[in-house]
Design a protein around this ligand. Structure first.
Ligand SMILES: Cc1cc2nc3c(=O)[nH]c(=O)nc-3n(C[C@H](O)[C@H](O)[C@H](O)COP(=O)(O)O)c2cc1C
Length: 190
């Protein structure tokens, strides 16, 4: 396992990678990453996030689910669109579907539970990078399609937060945008 990066450097330099290949994080490393992701802020410790692991042949099955769902949304989808849907999960050796299991709580609205799961998805990416891997958070129509949710056996109160594609970066990492934080800091004048 490579040395973990300095935390601030990791936060400042994390960079998504659309091109991913093997190796992917091992089962042990994935457990470590999920443990880190579960340290996301979580109002009332509701633990709303679930991680569905898809690897190997399961990625092909997920591609078939994406294609079937596409055809239900758009029966006229052309060959290109169908091939894209079918091949989408093969863009990485490991796909983790981050989901949120929503519950009613007197103090924690669903929006806060979704935010917590989003933080977990981000932490998963950070943990992957800390271990020397790379990833990218994707959604698209599949993340909001009830047919995909059914195919993944989600419960009726469970939603997809994102498909986190994970593996080893191929090619050069893209250059980071230059951002001036001062442009994003607002000062309130009461
Ligand atoms: C909720 C969410 C959904 C996203 N969905 C997609 C997507 O479907 N396809 C895609 O190419 N990028 C998507 N992105 C953006 C990438 O994950 C990534 O942030 C972007 O390519 C910028 O790269 P960077 O993270 O290195 O700055 C999404 C990001 C978020 C937060």
């Amino acid at each position: 396992m490579p040395d973990t990066l300095n935390l601030l450097t990791l936060l400042q330099t994390r960079n998504s990678s659309p091109k991913l290949t093997s190796p992917a994080p091992t089962a042990d490393e994935l457990e470590t990453m999920v443990g880190a992701a579960l340290r996301a802020p979580d109002h009332a410790w509701m633990r709303p996030t679930r991680f569905i692991v898809i690897e190997g042949d399961q990625r092909e099955a997920l591609g078939r689910l994406f294609e079937i769902s596409l055809l239900k949304r758009n029966p006229d989808a052309d060959e290109n669109a169908r091939a894209k849907a079918l091949g989408a999960p093969l863009r990485a050796p490991l796909v983790v579907v981050v989901t949120v299991q929503l519950k009613d709580h007197p103090k924690v609205p669903h929006s806060e539970q979704r935010l917590s799961a989003g933080c977990s998805a981000y932490a998963l990416l950070l943990a992957a990078e800390a271990l020397g891997y790379a990833g990218i958070w994707r959604t698209g129509d599949n993340a909001f399609d009830p047919e995909v949710a059914r195919g993944l056996s989600l419960s009726k109160d469970q939603e997809i937060v994102g498909f986190i594609y994970l593996g080893t970066r191929t090619g050069k990492s893209k250059s980071l945008p230059t951002i001036d934080p001062r442009e994003f800091i607002l000062h309130w004048t009461p």
